[in-house]
Ligand binder design. Structure first.
Ligand code: UDX
Length: 429
């Protein structure tokens, strides 16, 4: 099929490249020309394992291109995915300005287009948005009727950063929220050659599935962190506990890993958006609010633990790991940001190292020291905090920490190998 995708962020680009890998002809649209030039050269603007190789391959096979020309993209394709950002407003609710604008533009183009076209919302939007905003805007601008002249679907993404290609090509499930059968059939056809379950629902259910899945996973993490904090006080390793708990099929072993809290572009924003929505509905979202507050406290707990061991004022503190998770260069809502901010407030001198995310962190903290290797960050430090579980940290040994002024190492993830490094403290173990 011919597919267009509006928005070339993590989701839009991974989805576009993914559909081209599956044999579709894809046109990705964005307003940022420099970014599109990079994409068209096969130079991915984001780090995502496997993405760049697949992008290059699809470009060379003529299955993929990126453009600023939305009109051509819509005209030449059968389906348009809307994958623009839905940032948070000050009050935590989602800002729909990009969705509003793009749906109006698509409506104006569909006014001129002959034949049937399906618009699919991929962006995470609160229930009601696809029908009340996207559908309405397109109908208004095109003068055409949804379900008759054009189709509408909502197809949430469940892509994890750092595994976006893998998750796209081998998903646990595909959810298609459809206005009517014809819209849903068109999108389902695109997923024909995927070996997974396709769940077809109405549009609002699909929108809510995305928020519920992310809120549940985030709650699972905060729950584990709360149990982990108790375990720590009792001298118990929470990972040993969760290994037993996760064997229960009803619970599953995944997302029970306690640590320095969750970050990223989805969990914090999506839970917050659901909290805001609940308030407008007049239902009290106690549990979800606690999911967020437990996480907020967890993010800086490493600094509190360090302060129990030393006065950090004037001390050199190495922070290993900046990305919100390994395998990604993304630092959005990363615990490392709060940790560095708090260390600086307390008067520490901070030196950081991350294999991928240093460039992005420089936008938040241009004036801290960025080391080229873990060893460079650790040498001469009074303390070391480990915030992201990059696999290379697993190779660190006592020797790597031997040139610290004091060997105070606190890890917020299970990152170190206890057979290679001794005398470190864990956040929940
Ligand atoms: C998440 C969802 O998993 C994905 O389905 C959705 O579409 C987008 O949001 P992502 O943000 O890329 O994906 O990362 P994820 O792997 O889910 O981790 C999110 C955060 O939770 C990370 O900061 C991670 O370190 C943390 N985490 C995860 C934990 O602290 N403990 C866990 O057990 C799992």
């Amino acid at each position: 099929m011919n597919v267009s995708i509006v928005g070339t962020g993590y989701v839009g680009l991974s989805t576009g490249v993914g559909f081209s890998v599956k044999g579709n002809k894809v046109i990705c649209v964005d307003i940022l020309e420099d970014k599109l030039n990079r994409i068209n050269r096969g130079d991915s603007p984001i780090y995502e394992p496997g993405l760049e190789e697949k992008l290059k391959d699809s470009l060379s096979r003529g299955l993929f291109k990126a453009t600023t020309d939305l009109e051509k993209a819509v005209m030449f394709t059968d389906v348009t995915f809307v994958s623009v950002g839905t940032p948070s407003k000050e009050d935590g609710s989602i800002d729909l300005k990009f969705i509003e604008e793009v749906s109006r533009q698509i409506g104006r183009i569909l006014k001129k287009k002959e034949g049937y076209h399906v618009v699919v919302v991929k962006s995470t939007v609160v229930p009601g948005t696809t029908e009340d905003v996207v559908l309405r805007n397109i109908e208004k601008e095109s003068g055409k009727k949804a379900g008759e002249h054009f189709g509408i679907c909502m197809n949430p993404e469940f892509l994890r950063e750092g595994r976006a290609m893998e998750d796209f090509l081998k998903p646990d499930r595909i959810v298609i929220g459809e206005l009517d059968k014809r819209s849903g059939d068109t999108v389902a056809k695109l997923y024909d050659n995927f070996d997974t379950k396709i769940l077809r629902t109405n549009i609002k259910v699909a929108e809510m599935i995305k928020y519920t899945a992310n809120s549940f996973l985030a709650t699972k993490i905060s729950f584990s962190n709360e149990i982990g904090n108790m375990c720590k006080k009792m001298g118990i390793d929470v990972y040993d506990v969760m290994a037993g708990v996760g064997l229960d099929k009803r619970i599953s072993p995944l997302f029970l890993w306690a640590g320095a809290g969750f970050g990223g572009s989805c969990f914090p924003k999506d839970v917050q958006a659901l909290v805001s929505k609940a308030k407008t509905l007049g239902t009290d979202p106690h549990l979800l609010e606690k999911t967020l507050s437990v996480n907020q406290r967890q993010k800086t707990m490493l600094v509190d633990m360090l302060e129990n061991r030393m006065d950090v004022k004037g001390k050199r503190v190495a922070v290993l790991g900046l990305a919100f998770k390994p395998g990604s260069d993304d630092v959005r809502e990363a615990p490392s940001i709060e940790i560095i901010r708090k260390l600086k407030e307390k008067g520490a001198s901070v030196v950081v190292y991350d294999p991928k995310a240093a460039g992005n962190m420089k936008m938040f903290f241009p004036n801290i020291a960025y080391a080229q290797t873990s060893r460079d960050a650790i040498n001469g430090a009074d303390a070391c905090l480990i915030v992201t579980e990059w696999s290379e940290f697993r190779n660190l040994t006592d020797y790597d920490f031997s040139k610290m002024k004091e060997k105070v190492i606190i890890e917020g993830r299970k990152a170190l190998d206890p057979n290679k490094v001794h005398g470190f403290e864990g956040i929940c173990w």
